[in-house]
Design a protein around this ligand. Structure first.
Ligand SMILES: Nc1nc2c(ncn2[C@@H]2O[C@H](COP(=O)(O)OP(=O)(O)OP(=O)(O)O)[C@@H](O)[C@H]2O)c(=O)[nH]1
Length: 589
């Protein structure tokens, strides 16, 4: 028998823009209306039935017009709900709510969330949250539809809100979405509805629920059709150790039916594992926990969409983000192959060069990979799980210094891995926000590049010039030692040429009042030893000598170091160029 299942809804948004508060509010309003119908707390999700939505939103939703049974909100907000390991592709969420704090506007994770939604082609609405924080906003009554609150506001407050919404509309436009305040929109399919809400006071929350259910009803109906008796398909949201049960899986079932005793395949990094469902568990409400002392109670079967805890043997290396499928009367081997290739598409990537990426779930791994690709950062291997010693050993085989790095998204770094990384000089970046992780890596690269550049530039031979003083020859050759006046800085080791452009030797040492110095500056009178020439033959008292700059160095001086040349150096550099170009017209052009 086919039916329409509950759409799965996920909340996304920048840190502190109100995801948790909005979920709590939705749960809270549903709980307040408990007597009207069963609000069901699932594992990892909250189901708000149509009855409640209809009641909460008053005349906004006429329940007899809807076939969608309600909304299933995933409790863990954010990227965790996004995974492509779903048979039909796309995200685990059917629809999403993007939270934007109206007083804070678009922030990095808002952009990140939109990119994810765009990638997975997930329809979404925007909740313009915290309207109660707009200066002058008056909350007369809590949990009321937006329109009732709005009409009581002063004109300037209304204008303020409208301006903030236009800002959001503008930002969405830049991202390629048409949008408007939801009550000014006719078509939600090609436009994104912006619903002003306050998760704190509940103003606009009825509208949010109404728009969501309307969107699901109108545009997702065919996608929400499912075989109620078909083999269950789901995604692992979390792997948890439970007292008395051992390792269990929190699963969001998005299709079909799952029963105790069913044989299932669960994806893993290498091969899917075949196992049998020992128990399906749902959470007990608070009062039942108090009575029975047990957090869960067993159920024989569960239908999509639902959040359920699965107890089964052999859950060893199963991780969040992997698919779980009831085998039913399907061929186990071909199903296994199909699941394996799905997992491999994401997890197993081995390139010759690039960084190593680790993440907690397949969904987040995909999101990180995508962002790295967008930033043109190559990846050697992307994988799920903690950063281990093995990862460091692999990173240590990488030649390119800027790729000797591991980007770890929301995972542990095992102590022995950290130790080894320190020893081998492997850089580990760890964050639970994708853009920050990538930003940190890029900043590190920039810093290293700058250092490399500084080192390289330090070694560039600069334009120097000296004049040999009369009556200051201390030794004629091997090496020649003469007193000089410095006209433009010289350093020991610099090659020297005469005014005809002939190489005459190399500065060996510089002595200033009997002390060896590395360099001598304009105006200094110092003694230099010059390897190569003999005074009276290749060099003469009173002669001016130039530093014989290699052509490659001259090119760097003309470009990257141009601004660092002193006035004196600039003049001398031009003299050197003139000398060189007598011989070679195109020298350092
Ligand atoms: N005034 C006001 N404050 C709000 C509203 N919604 C959320 N807040 C406050 O904003 C702060 C952040 O809200 P959360 O719900 O924790 O935000 P979040 O997006 O879940 O944050 P993370 O889980 O850290 O990403 C909390 O102090 C909330 O009380 C609102 O509508 N109005």
């Amino acid at each position: 028998m086919s039916g329409i299942r509950t759409p799965i809804v996920c909340l996304l948004g920048h840190v502190d823009h109100g995801k948790t508060t909005t979920l709590d509010k939705i749960r809270g309003s549903a709980v307040a209306e408990r007597e009207a119908g069963a609000i069901t707390q699932h594992i990892g999700a909250t189901e708000v039935p149509l009855d409640i939505i209809s009641k909460v939103s008053g005349d906004l939703v006429k329940k007899d017009k809807f076939k969608v049974p309600g909304l299933l909100f995933i409790d863990t907000p954010g990227h965790h709900a996004f995974t492509s390991l779903r048979s039909r592709g796309g995200s685990l969420a059917d629809i999403a709510v993007l939270l934007v704090d109206v007083t804070d506007g678009f922030q990095p994770q808002t952009h990140e969330a939109i990119d994810i939604l765009q990638d997975f082609q997930t329809p979404f609405i925007v909740a313009a949250n915290k309207i109660d924080k707009i200066p002058g906003w008056k909350t007369n009554k809590k949990d009321v539809p937006f329109r009732l609150s709005y009409k009581n506001q002063e004109k300037r407050v209304k204008e303020d809100l409208d301006n903030r919404i236009y800002e959001i509309v503008g930002k969405l436009h830049d991202k390629g979405f048409n949008s408007d305040r939801y009550d000014r929109l006719k078509n939600f399919k090609d436009n994104v509805g912006v619903v002003p809400v306050s998760a704190k006071t509940g103003e606009g929350i009825p509208d949010l629920l109404m728009v969501l259910i309307g969107l699901a009803q109108r545009y997702l109906e065919t996608e929400l059709e499912f075989e109620e008796e078909g083999p269950g398909e789901g995604t692992v949201l979390e792997v948890k150790e439970e007292k008395g049960l051992g390792k269990t899986l929190d699963v969001i079932l998005y299709d079909g039916l799952m029963k105790t005793g069913d044989s299932v395949l669960i994806g893993r990094a290498d091969e899917p594992v075949e196992t049998k469902i020992r128990a399906l568990l749902k959470p007990n409400p608070m009062e039942e926990i108090r009575e029975s002392g047990s957090e869960f109670s067993k159920v024989d079967e569960v239908r999509a969409a639902a959040g359920i805890k699965v107890a089964a043997p052999d859950l060893g290396s199963v991780r969040a983000g992997f698919p779980i499928r009831v085998i039913g009367d399907r061929d186990t081997d071909s199903l296994k192959e199909e699941m394996k290739s799905q997992v491999e598409d994401v997890v197993i990537r081995t390139e010759e060069s690039g960084i190593i990426v680790k993440a907690d779930t397949i969904g987040s791994l995909e999101a990180v990979i995508k962002d790295l690709e967008d930033s043109d950062i190559s990846i050697r291997r992307a994988d799920i799980g903690s950063v281990s010693r093995r990862d460091i050993i692999e990173a240590n085989t990488i030649q390119e210094p800027l790729e000797r790095a591991i980007l770890a998204f929301d995972v542990d770094i095992l102590p022995e891995a950290r130790k080894k990384a320190e020893k081998e000089g492997i850089q580990i970046f760890n964050d639970d926000v994708i853009y920050r992780l990538i930003e940190d890596y890029q900043e590190w690269i920039d810093r290293r590049k700058k250092l490399q550049k500084e080192k390289r530039l330090e070694n560039i031979i600069r334009p120097g010039k000296i004049k040999i003083l009369i009556d200051h020859v201390f030794r004629r050759n091997d090496p020649a030692i003469v007193g000089v006046r410095v006209l433009s800085t010289i350093k020991s080791g610099y090659p020297l040429m005469n005014q005809a452009g002939e190489r005459i030797g190399q500065v060996k040492e510089i002595q200033d009042q009997g002390e060896n110095v590395e360099e001598a500056n304009p105006g200094d009178e110092v003694a230099v030893s010059i390897r190569g020439p003999t005074v009276g033959r290749q060099i003469e008292e009173g002669e001016e000598l130039y530093v014989d700059i290699p052509e490659k160095h001259a090119e760097v001086l003309k470009t990257e170091l141009k601004d660092s040349l002193t006035e004196k150096e600039e003049i001398v550099f031009q003299e050197i160029i003139d000398i060189k170009r007598k011989e070679n017209k195109y020298w350092a052009i």
